[in-house]
Write a protein that binds this ligand. Sequence first.
Ligand code: PMV
Length: 336
Amino acid sequence: MSKVTVQSPANIAFIKYWGVKENTQYIPYNDSISMTLSGCQSTTTILADKNIREDIIEIGQDGTYETLKKTTEKNKKAYQHIARIRAMAHVKDNVRIRTKNSFPSDAGIASSASGFSALTAALLLAYGLPHIVSDKSQLSRLVRLSGSGSAVRSIYGGFVEFLSGDENTSIAHQIADEKYWDLVDIIAIINTEKKTVSSTQGHSQAVTSPYFQTRLIELQPRLKETRLAIREKDFSKLGACIEADTISMHAIMMTSVPPIFYWDSGTIALIQEVIKWRKEGLEAYFSIDAGANVHIICEKKNTSLVETRLENIQLVQSTIYNEPCAGVHEVKEHLF
Ligand code: PMV
């Protein structure tokens, strides 16, 4: 059997999903909308062969690879996903997998999005099911079953919506491709420690927040407004939606039982900076996923202004520059 290598971007959710209806189908409570991130990529190489004794996933970090142990729910899900796709292909071959990220893993930069979308597409290709990779509805459903909803949005490039719905209709569709709008997401890294509460855990307890139903209601006009803002390329309208939704999702996190705090003091400091920049005439907006790091969204023409300001803020350890990019796709260079 030959090797297959796939690359997938992470994405930043402008409208976020937090909460799944039940965790065998992983259907989100609400629709979400995102942009793919050129600077945050996972690359995954798979070899399927009958001579491999057991499935093995190796994760690359700083040039070395470590075997992924089945110690966390997320790691177990990766191995279960291999078994799921192998069963679909009606074959018995085990797999050797190597994967690496171009950015810090598990620091709220949606490494599960790029990781699980790359894993799914690579497994399908390695097990001889390329027609499923080409059929984006089928691919959507299968990526969703991996347990990472954000990964569903990484199958397309550019601006993507992941619909709630039922087991058949909860899929992704592309709103506009990666060339449509020159937006930039500069991620300000202030903390690279692994998050203490997994998003799997967070999704399951979201409904315990007394404000969860309110979020589902207030989200509906915001979703409409976000789709419209993208259609009209209205950056001010989009930015207002992005920030409102970040605050709304984190309010659910902080008020669920037990509460989850992903922000640290640096997160608040950066939020205040971005608001100050706007008052000074630099239009940028913040977005934060399940971690402390802050995504700063601006128009491409303002990139260097934002970068220069971030360079002068001591708590910012580094930045990652992102533009909208292509979704999951096969590449020729293998990792082993
Ligand atoms: O894809 P998951 O299950 O890791 O959840 C991701 C959740 C957020 O990143 C916080 C929001 C989102 O929609 O991406």
